[in-house]
Design a protein around this ligand. Structure first.
Ligand code: RB5
Length: 155
């Protein structure tokens, strides 16, 4: 498995620890930055990771900023990306099983490193269930591609 990871200035240390944690498990990590504590615009790393995920260069992505909100919003602007921000492992796991999330995001100002490790472990270990969840994820793609949803006009 190969994952891209990106962050802003708030999350440099947490990012390093998450990389080390996942590399220990044999996962190849591509770090798009930032490696500096200087103020950094989170959309840059959010976009870089999202682009790699959408282009199929990696199997998924991890994004960390202060809250996980800004960086996941940036990633979700890229077509084909389903970035989920969460603060606990249950949502991380279900975001893959039910929503087929291809990026997980969290906040270095919100959670501690042990919770962050649990989040990435659950997310990496989960699999999309498909079935009725696939129908719903297809609807997300329809909204993204057409800015409309046929099912919303039925009944
Ligand atoms: C940086 O101060 C902060 O705004 C950023 O890390 C993130 O929390 C934005 O959503």
């Amino acid at each position: 498995m190969k994952l891209a990871i990106g962050n802003d200035h708030v999350a440099v240390e947490m990012k390093k620890e998450i990389i080390a944690h996942l590399e220990q498990k044999g996962i190849e990590m591509v770090d798009v930055g930032t490696g500096s504590p200087e103020s950094f615009h989170y959309p840059i790393s959010g976009y870089k990771v999202a682009r790699m995920v959408a282009d199929g260069e990696v199997d998924g992505g991890i994004l960390i900023c202060g809250t996980g909100v800004g960086i996941s919003l940036a990633a979700n602007k890229v077509k084909g990306v389903r970035a989920c921000v969460c603060s606990e492992p249950y949502t991380a796991k279900l975001s893959k099983m039910h929503n087929n999330s291809n990026i997980i995001a969290f906040g270095a100002r919100v959670i501690g490193i042990e919770t962050a490790k649990m989040i990435v472990d659950e997310w990496v270990g989960a699999e999309f269930e498909g079935g009725r969840h696939g129908t719903r994820v297809d609807m997300l793609t329809e909204i993204e591609q057409t800015q409309d949803l046929k099912a919303a006009h039925e009944g």
